[in-house]
Design a protein around this ligand. Structure first.
Ligand SMILES: *Cc1c(COP(=O)(O)O)cnc(C)c1O
Length: 412
């Protein structure tokens, strides 16, 4: 008989206070907190174009959209962290923090430093990359006081234990590979232990006296709420088979953004599936439920404003592309709301499909889906590409000498 075989649905300590205490204990005072440099602020995208007439791509951040998205996660049955890789701009992080998302999923020492420079020890840090270097673990543990890690094999668990030294308040989550997927981007082929292996890893942790958890990621832009239910159930089975009491259940990210063409259920359906599954596996009271969305918190807050460099028939060549902020749009299923902003006054024309190319000399610098735009689009016009807040700024490269680095703010 263990905590999981009890059929009585126990109340879970959703408040995660314990975790907060755990994270906040005995860490250095907030020193040298970095002030975020304010961005130039505009009332609207049209105001940006009217004032700047930009010939370089402009990335616009609307903090209010971030606050709205963060408010949506207040009804998550547990605690929401933010996956920093999705958009690490300091204004984004600061806005999330102000909106109550004060814990962060970090994958590298640079992300650790970024969060620490902004929020000090008050910014919770979860080092969830299942493959970390020894110096990164050492610094994370000794300089930044991180006690929460993720692993998907014995070797990494042992490495974490060796490099962190003291295991007394360490929590290690076993990353579990999830099955079947209706997500656009699968995140279980690189990382994640199969269930039988996960059982062994939990027992390994338990044997070493380390607090154990389970984490998973059902894949990014997951369009099926039930996927979370199935993954939580699988986690419950793994924990029951291991006969190990979970301290943390981290259901990852994957909550979708409402992109055009995607049939997206409201996040409350996802939360409902998670809450139901958490009850059905009878998590122990002391287990903390976490999620770590990226996309769902920031997608709607970003807009890329591009200019048409050249039109050749039905081909438009823009000043930003897949090596810039439009990386995700290389995928044929990725669609975003687009709007033409004419350079000069012309009567509106009927819409038609245009093939969209980026500015570099690489033939791969092309978007996977056409843009529908008025047929009179021409060189010098601007295009507003909405819902670009996720995996855009963080994916830019300097390839071919192009780097989209003008960032402004829309609204307060
Ligand atoms: C990328 C990532 C996330 C965020 O995923 P979204 O699909 O953007 O919500 C969360 N957790 C981990 C471990 C990740 O790698």
């Amino acid at each position: 008989m263990n905590a999981y075989s009890s059929s009585a649905a126990q109340a879970v300590d959703y408040s995660a206070r314990q975790l907060q205490d755990h994270l906040r204990q005995a860490l250095p005072a907030l020193e040298n907190r970095r002030q975020v440099a304010p961005l130039k602020q505009f009332e609207s995208i049209d105001a940006v174009v009217a004032e700047l007439k930009p010939s370089e791509p402009i990335f616009c951040i609307a903090p209010q959209k971030i606050r709205d998205a963060a408010a949506g996660f207040l009804s998550f049955p547990g605690r929401a962290l933010y996956a920093v890789k999705c958009n690490p701009h300091p204004v984004v992080l600061e806005t999330l923090y102000g909106a109550g998302v004060t814990d962060f999923d970090v994958a590298s020492l640079d992300e650790v430093r970024l969060i620490d420079s902004l929020f000090g020890a008050a910014g919770g840090k979860f080092f969830n990359n299942p493959a970390k270097t020894r110096p990164a673990i050492q610094a994370a543990s000794q300089q930044y006081g991180i006690r929460f890690y993720t692993a998907d094999c014995v070797e990494e668990i042992d490495k974490i234990v060796e490099e962190t030294g003291d295991t007394s308040d360490l929590i290690i989550a076993v990353r579990l590979a999830t099955r079947g997927n209706e997500a656009r981007y699968v995140l279980s082929t690189k990382f994640g232990a199969q269930p039988d292996e996960a059982v062994r890893l939990l027992q390994h942790l338990n044997g070493r006296g380390i607090k154990a958890g389970i984490s998973f990621h059902v894949g990014s832009q997951c369009l099926r709420p039930r996927a979370f239910h199935d993954a939580v159930e699988l986690a419950g089975k793994v924990a029951a088979n291991a006969d190990v009491e979970l301290r943390v259940l981290n259901v990852g990210g994957g909550f979708p953004a409402p992109y055009p063409g995607d049939d997206v259920a409201g996040h409350e359906h996802y939360f409902g599936q998670i809450a139901r599954a958490v009850r059905s596996i009878g998590l122990p009271r002391s287990c903390i439920v976490l999620c770590e969305p990226g996309r769902a918190l920031v997608a709607t807050s970003g807009t890329t404003v591009v200019q048409v460099v050249m039109r050749r028939g039905q081909n438009l060549f823009l000043n930003d592309g897949v090596f810039g902020t439009l990386q995700e749009l290389g995928h044929p299923k990725e669609r975003r709301p687009v709007r033409l902003i004419r350079n000069g006054n012309r009567a509106p024309a009927n819409g038609m499909d245009f093939k969209i190319w980026g500015p570099t000399c690489d033939s791969n610098d092309v978007l996977g889906a056409p843009f529908q735009l008025p047929g009179d689009v021409r060189e010098g016009d601007w295009i507003e590409i909405g819902m670009m807040g996720a995996y855009s700024l963080s994916m830019r490269t300097h390839f071919n000498g192009f780097f989209a680095d003008q960032i402004v703010q829309i609204g307060a």
